[in-house]
Design a protein around this ligand. Structure first.
Ligand code: HEM
Length: 108
């Protein structure tokens, strides 16, 4: 994926209150984001999602870089009843870079 993962690590501070990544990651308010690239939405083991996000996954939503970009710009615009309470990253570069950072915790 394009983007700067080093800068993305700084952007990720906005996510870290709710999400963990890396070897010792555990669920917080939000699910662990290891291996999120290409994953089907709403399928991290042991996390209790909103019905809306599970349904979005059932309807075919997978976290491609493009889908993540759209979700992170304005989560509730894409999945209206998601319980991710985050206003979104409005700057294109912030989204591209945080996705590049997440990609460093994903295989494939
Ligand atoms: C869900 C990323 C910020 C709470 C998700 C998902 C992604 C994501 C990709 C979907 C996971 C899946 O389908 O398995 C991010 C990123 C953030 C961010 C990259 C920062 C830019 C936050 C913040 C909070 C939060 C700040 C808490 C205030 C949640 C919750 C869910 C979620 C509760 C589950 C949503 C649902 O079940 O509807 N996040 N998130 N996230 N996130 Fe975030």
């Amino acid at each position: 994926v394009p983007g700067d993962p080093v800068r993305g690590q700084h952007v990720y501070k906005k996510c870290a209150a709710c999400h963990m990544v890396g070897a010792d990651a555990r669920k917080r308010v939000g699910p662990v984001l290891n291996d999120i690239l290409a994953a089907k939405a709403g399928t991290v083991e042991g996390f209790k999602y909103s019905k809306a996000l599970v349904q979005a996954g059932e309807d075919g939503l997978h976290w491609t870089p493009e889908a993540l970009d759209r979700f992170l710009e304005n989560p509730k615009a894409m999945v209206p009843k998601t319980k991710m309470s985050f206003r979104g990253l409005k700057a294109d570069a912030d989204r591209i870079d945080v996705i590049a950072y997440l990609a460093t915790f994903s295989n494939g």
